[in-house]
Design a protein around this ligand. Structure first.
Ligand SMILES: [Zn+2]
Ligand SMILES: [Zn+2]
Ligand SMILES: [Zn+2]
Length: 507
């Protein structure tokens, strides 16, 4: 059987005009919505709309109209009004980053983040491919300990069969609680991250650390730039004439409710991304290791009863070199560019809600939330200028007020530029479809990513009608369709992989 004679879609269950609709795994709400849409004849309009918003779980609904004008001549090229849309209203994807809020938009966000991170490592998407030759380090910054907690042992670091805290069973803390735990905690065990003794644990210290973590990060980047300048023997303020340190970082919550950061650092030469770095990877790593543990910040006391706290990174700072797509060296502890980009992109779609078990938040996380509120109240009593007042608003994120993913200006292309390119592609495709013309792939990526202003102007008046699907079952239906399209994408990837392997085998 020749693979090319068969449609690439044959074999995927439920695909094709004659294939039976597989609704066995649909919930009753989804089936109900489907039947309703088919019965009143609005299914095709809905399916078309849902596909256009990428099966977003909570799309934004807009009403209004717009006119496309040639910027040079003022000639009206096109007009569009929301009543021309299949459902009479324009739907736009919600664009939420979080996987627990919208799986579809979060996947788009993860893909963009992956492309952005990858371009910073190997080039492409307007970033010079020269970046692949510059040193890149991947570092993980954790919080220090605020007391012993339960948890699965780190993979590979176990010497006791994965037991939580194996030690003398008779030993207790001053509250009479054991300081050991012989259990083996699975990764999703709700006890994971909970203190062995609630009274020994420094709840306030943990919250204050989360609160100041962004400041500690800011100081770390400053300290690294200062240390690189010292290493190059140039004044700090003219470091830009010799080198430039760029980074991309992602925040992640550990099960104990403390935030930690994964970051990629790249050292470029004076002419920006891709210009040769004055330091090699080993020199850069050595400079980092020397500096990071010394970075500190004295967090002000909450009130007169409290004392100042020293904010520092935990002792486990992992720094590893990252290799570009070519010349991967699996013999050393270096990481592969694609691997790191994929890893970070995955974390960029999560937040503290990932730690919740369904709707349930573990008792230690609730205690941290409570501590945020208490410290805010004490801060308020201490004075209006207390830096802890807004902790009250940050109780859900356990005191963390930073962004979940950030990058320095010249690390890579921006997520905004990638979003703009996707929007331009959709407009282009719609326009070609209307005119019955094929897509010309030559230089397409450059055209889409170009920074220039478009020659046409879109003037519109739009009003927000609401958010979410209008019928209760539509959301479930969109989620089911999204899951199905993910399965299909996975199936396609597997088919391609198999085809490549077969071709190799035949050789
Ligand atoms: Zn969405
Ligand atoms: Zn334990
Ligand atoms: Zn205790």
């Amino acid at each position: 059987m020749s693979a090319s004679a068969v449609s690439p879609n044959s074999g995927f269950p439920g695909f094709g005009d004659t294939a039976p609709l597989d609704i066995a795994e649909f919930s009753s709400a989804t089936t109900e919505a489907l039947i309703q849409r088919i019965a009143d004849g609005s299914f095709d309009a809905w399916a078309d709309t849902a596909a256009r918003v990428g099966y977003c779980a909570n799309p934004v609904r807009l009403v209004g109209s717009s006119t496309t004008v040639d910027a040079a001549t003022g000639q009206v090229l096109d007009t569009f009004s929301s009543d021309q849309s299949p459902l009479g209203v324009v739907y736009r994807p919600c664009g939420n980053r979080r996987a627990d809020v919208c799986p579809s938009c979060s996947r788009v966000y993860a893909r963009d983040t992956f492309e952005m991170l990858r371009a910073g490592l190997v080039g492409g998407k307007t970033v010079s491919t020269g970046v692949a030759s510059n040193p890149v380090l991947f570092a993980t910054f954790t919080a220090p300990s605020f007391g012993s907690v339960h948890g699965p042992r780190p993979v590979g670091g176990s010497t006791a069969g994965g037991r939580c805290r194996p030690r003398d069973m008779s030993e207790t803390c001053r509250h009479g609680r054991p300081t050991s735990c012989m259990a083996i905690h699975e990764p999703h065990d709700p006890h994971g991250g909970a203190p062995l003794c609630d009274e020994c644990y420094d709840w306030e210290g943990a919250v204050v650390w989360n609160w100041w973590a962004p400041e500690l990060w800011r100081r770390t980047v400053m300290a690294l730039r200062r240390a690189i300048a010292a290493k190059l023997d140039v004044p700090e303020e003219s470091l830009g004439e010799s080198a430039s340190l760029q980074y991309a970082k992602v925040a992640e919550f550990q099960t104990r409710g403390l935030v930690h950061f994964h970051a990629l650092f790249r050292l470029d030469g004076p002419s920006g991304p891709g210009s040769p770095s004055p330091l090699d990877e080993a020199e850069l790593a050595e400079t980092f290791r020397r500096v990071i543990n010394g970075v500190e910040y004295f967090a002000p006391a909450i009130d007169a009863e409290d004392t100042s706290r020293l904010i520092q990174w935990g002792t486990q700072i992992d720094i590893r070199p990252v290799r570009g797509a070519k010349g991967v060296d699996y013999q050393t502890d270096s990481l592969h560019a694609e691997q790191v980009a994929g890893y970070l992109a995955k974390y960029a779609t999560k937040d503290v809600a990932e730690l919740d078990h369904g709707q349930l938040r573990g008792p230690h996380l609730r205690q941290l939330e409570q501590t945020c509120k208490e410290l805010a109240t004490r801060g308020m009593a201490a004075g209006e200028d207390s830096p802890y007042l807004l902790l009250f608003k940050r109780n859900r994120t356990l005191g963390f007020r930073g962004h979940f993913s950030t990058k320095s200006r010249r690390y890579s292309i921006t997520l905004g530029a990638l979003r703009r390119a996707r929007h331009r592609f959709q407009l282009l495709r719609a326009d070609l479809e209307r005119r019955g013309k094929p897509l010309d792939p030559t230089g397409l990526e450059e055209r889409l990513l170009a920074d220039e202003e478009s020659s046409t102007l879109i003037v519109g008046a739009w009003a927000f009608q609401g958010s979410g699907w209008t019928r209760s079952g539509d959301r479930a239906l969109a989620l089911a369709a999204a899951a199905r399209s993910r399965e299909y994408a996975q199936w396609r990837a597997e088919q391609t992989r198999d085809a490549i392997t077969q071709r190799k085998d035949r050789r």
